[in-house]
Design a protein around this ligand. Structure first.
Ligand SMILES: [Zn+2]
Ligand SMILES: [Zn+2]
Length: 459
């Protein structure tokens, strides 16, 4: 199988064509895709894709072009996700830079600082890195190149990092061979299909076979064969076969043999792609429609789950978690996607009203019981995916004692306080056919979203 180690599948332009793109990839035996993140704006789409399709994973990081937008919070937020398998893409990009020193100097300094911050983070979390390096005419005239600067900065980290990829390699520098000894691989993409790039061909001929990976960098770097003179053709994962073909010509090797060597290389760096081997195609997305108030199922008392480990229950939980992520909800209950079962998801995140609320991976709560309620009641705002645009002030106990089953079928008993207690009670109500507006003390406590924003900011 082929794994596309660098593909920007989270680009909005791919959204409506996703199933076709993945089916086409599948036909060419491209069974794995790594989506490198570049910025905050698209990372949640990358995360959703990675949770929707077998064989798709993502990474967290800031592309050097977004170095000024760097925030450690985003890295912390995503790094523990089980589908987030690398840190990146980050690095140095000196392409298309101003020649005015007053302009380029601070930009380069910023990029270097952010590069170091990412390396520190990767060291701490022991995840492979995805490195973007690019030079322009600028670099040669100023005698400072991204390639040299990177080598200097990465030096103290070598041997301590979990390795990584030098992505879209397009130069021939002997020192870079050294990196492979420290777990780095070289991402070879569409550039090799262009005659002009002799340096890259020279490099791959010298590089050990065990150091090569394949990538598209789609939608960019469309291989030569696919380029049309009058029309822009976006690169897609299926076109990676052109890269493999050219590489096998350059190396004078059988394509199949090269494919299996590169597969082994990729699995060494990212063993998570083992799951692609056994899958017969990318399983398709399962974000479900959220039922709106008025649907009967929201008013029914849901039934206990009898077999937590059954395929049916596990799939339902996966769908709930995915739908919760896709809608950016803090929780979702099974009846909300039309299945009258006693399961809900909790996905607390810090927010303006609860800055200390824990940031948690969505967690399934099955057959829950509230064992006791604390005496203290607090009125605070709630919203619900089934009542979009409506907010209400709902009185809830600030402390509850609960018992439930986890996704693995383990019994948990715990005390929840504050925001977590509120989410639990809100979702628990859904299992009993209740919604939050049933709980308000007065209809005067119900407002519309737009006014709610005004109210909370003046509170
Ligand atoms: Zn990229
Ligand atoms: Zn709700």
């Amino acid at each position: 199988m082929i794994i596309d180690a660098h593909c920007h599948l989270d680009k909005p332009r791919f959204k409506t064509k996703m199933n076709t793109i993945l089916q086409d990839a599948q036909k060419e035996n491209v069974k794995g895709i790594l989506i490198p993140s570049t910025q905050r704006k698209t990372i949640s789409d990358a995360q959703i894709l990675a949770h929707s399709y077998t064989g798709v994973f993502f990474s967290v990081g800031f592309h050097p072009k977004y170095a000024d937008k760097f925030e450690l919070e985003m890295l912390n937020e995503y790094v523990d996700d089980e589908r987030c398998i690398a840190i990146g893409e980050f690095g140095l990009d000196y392409g298309r830079m101003s020649y005015d020193e007053a302009i380029y100097k601070p930009i380069i300094e910023q990029q270097k600082k952010v590069l170091k911050a990412h390396l520190e983070f990767a060291l701490k979390h022991q995840k492979p890195v995805i490195i973007h390096l690019r030079d322009g005419k600028f670099a040669y005239e100023h005698r400072s190149t991204a390639y040299d600067d990177f080598m200097q900065i990465v030096q103290p980290y070598l041997g301590k990092l979990k390795g990584g990829i030098i992505h879209a390699l397009n130069f021939d520098k002997q020192e870079y061979m050294e990196l492979h000894k420290h777990g780095f691989y070289f991402g070879i993409g569409g550039q090799i299909t262009f005659k002009e790039l002799e340096a890259l061909k020279d490099f791959v001929k010298k590089a050990p076979l065990s150091s090569l990976l394949l990538e598209t960098d789609a939608p960019w770097l469309t291989p030569k064969k696919r380029v049309r003179p009058t029309q822009k053709v976006a690169n897609v994962p299926a076109y990676i076969v052109d890269v493999l073909e050219t590489l096998s010509e350059v190396l004078e090797m059988e394509k199949d043999e090269l494919e299996s060597i590169i597969e082994a290389n990729t699995l060494k760096l990212f063993p998570q792609f083992e799951e692609s081997k056994n899958s017969n195609g990318y399983s398709m997305g399962k974000v479900r429609n959220v039922k709106q108030l008025g649907a009967e199922v929201l008013r029914e008392v849901a039934k206990d789950v009898e077999d937590v480990k059954s395929k049916e229950t596990q799939e339902l939980i996966d769908d709930l978690i995915l739908t919760c992520r896709a809608t950016q909800g803090l929780g979702i209950a099974s009846p909300q996607i039309g299945v009258s079962k006693r399961i809900f998801i909790m996905a607390s995140q810090p927010n303006r009203r609860y800055p200390n609320a824990p940031k948690m991976q969505p967690k399934a709560i099955i057959n829950p019981k509230i064992l006791s309620y604390g005496d203290e009641i607090e009125k605070d705002w709630e919203g619900c995916l089934s009542l979009p645009n409506v907010r209400g002030k709902v009185p809830r106990s600030t402390k509850i004692e609960v018992r439930y089953l986890t996704q693995d079928g383990e019994v948990v008993e715990e005390v929840l306080e504050g925001f977590l207690a509120r989410i639990f009670q809100h979702e628990f109500d859904h299992l009993n056919g209740k919604v939050f507006i049933d709980r308000v003390e007065s209809t005067l406590d119900v407002v519309m979203e737009r006014e709610y924003r005004r109210i909370i900011y003046s509170e």
